[in-house]
Design a protein around this ligand. Structure first.
Ligand SMILES: Cc1cc2nc3c(=O)[nH]c(=O)nc-3n(C[C@H](O)[C@H](O)[C@H](O)COP(=O)(O)OP(=O)(O)OC[C@H]3O[C@@H](n4cnc5c(N)ncnc54)[C@H](O)[C@@H]3O)c2cc1C
Length: 326
């Protein structure tokens, strides 16, 4: 390579490195990536499909229920989160100080198809009084998030895809080569009753039931003790009803009655379809993120434990890695 060619090559590298970052997705991963880039002084913008940010950390408002609960939110995606990494734990402490999150419980019930079978203890789970979406909204409070759907890899920006692989692959087909995760659907059914028909509980892991995997006491989770349950349907059952998710509502009601042992019908219901809800346990990798030329990936699936915390860590680490290249 002569001096002229070396100069051109150097200029190409500089041009590449000077490109700003376009973050696609404003769930916990994209927002965490944006914060890391902002803190490092790297130029970026962040675009989210849909006008509500938060992705799978979603809360749905009750409307037209004819009850005093209109306007109240149910958590329809992530149920709670845990904090084991010290850096994430300090973010959670900040959220707690700001009144956004509260320690919820370390004890859930477990059940089988016949009914509740016992209690199980685990790490502290955190809840958000205003709905779990408020966590992402609070973290993103100083960011400008554009509403829009990224459809292709841009020419003049480095693209950080912060969403599940099946969604990322629509924009960048090679994304599917970068992940081993197998994604499962979940339909989440919110049920509001006229009064509480059950004994105190926070959540129930339902094992070996064909229809239901989890029932949350959304009244305990919100802290208002409203007669509110959220039922997560099994991935097999959900997969059969993705076209018309409301079909599972009667199945969810019957399953809640069967497992929890009460007999009353809800006054308001809502079904939310998550086509790409969670990676199947054991199919994810421990890689924190990927950078492939001008396209990079982050998300909960780049972890052995695909959760809210993993998304935050993956986004933060990708932001730092992109900043190191700049
Ligand atoms: C039913 C359910 C239960 C769960 N339970 C728990 C739990 O109890 N505890 C826990 O820790 N985790 C739980 N999770 C997982 C948790 O929600 C995720 O780990 C976390 O929210 C991942 O965040 P993310 O930012 O990586 O992805 P997402 O939250 O999916 O965010 C991706 C964002 O990208 C946007 N987007 C997609 N395509 C485009 C595009 N083309 N252009 C622009 N934007 C785009 C989407 O609108 C979305 O806002 C649960 C998830 C579900 C669905």
């Amino acid at each position: 390579m002569n001096k002229f060619e070396s100069l051109i090559s150097l200029l190409n590298v500089i041009q590449h490195l000077a490109k700003p970052v376009l973050i696609a997705g404003a769930g916990i991963t994209g927002v965490s990536c944006a914060i890391a880039l902002r803190d490092a002084g790297v130029s970026f913008r962040i675009v989210n499909k849909g006008f509500r940010i938060g992705g799978r950390m979603a809360s749905h408002s009750v409307r037209d229920s004819g009850t005093q609960f209109d306007g109240r939110v149910f958590d329809t995606g992530a149920s709670y989160f845990t904090a084991s990494d010290p850096d994430f734990a300090s973010v959670v402490s900040e959220l707690e100080l700001a009144g956004i999150v509260q320690p919820w419980t370390d004890t859930f019930h477990f059940a089988d198809s016949e009914g509740i079978a016992g209690v199980t203890m685990g790490p502290m789970r955190y809840r958000a009084e205003l709905g779990i979406r408020s966590v992402v909204e609070y973290l993103a409070r100083d960011l400008v998030i554009e509403e829009g759907e990224i459809a292709e890899v841009p020419a003049n920006e480095r693209l950080a895809l912060c969403m599940p692989t099946p969604q990322a692959a629509r924009i960048f087909p090679r994304a599917s080569e970068l992940s081993t995760a197998v994604w499962e659907p979940v339909i989440s059914v919110s049920l509001l009753f006229d009064q509480v028909y059950w004994s105190a509980f926070d959540g129930i892991f339902v094992n070996q039931d064909a229809q239901v995997t989890w029932i949350a006491n959304d009244g305990a989770r919100r802290g208002d003790q409203a007669p509110a349950l959220v039922v997560h349907m099994s991935s097999v059952l959900s997969a059969g009803h993705l076209v018309n998710a409301v079909e599972v509502i009667p199945i969810a009601i019957a399953a809640a009655k069967r497992i929890m042992g009460f007999d009353a019908d809800p006054v308001w219901t809502h079904a939310h379809r998550w086509t790409f809800a969670k990676p199947l346990e054991g199919t994810t990798s421990g890689e924190p993120n990927f950078i492939l030329g001008d396209v990079s990936r982050a998300g909960d699936e780049f972890s052995d434990r695909p959760r809210v915390e993993a998304g935050w860590l993956s986004g933060r680490d990708l932001g730092r890695a992109l900043a190191d290249l700049a």
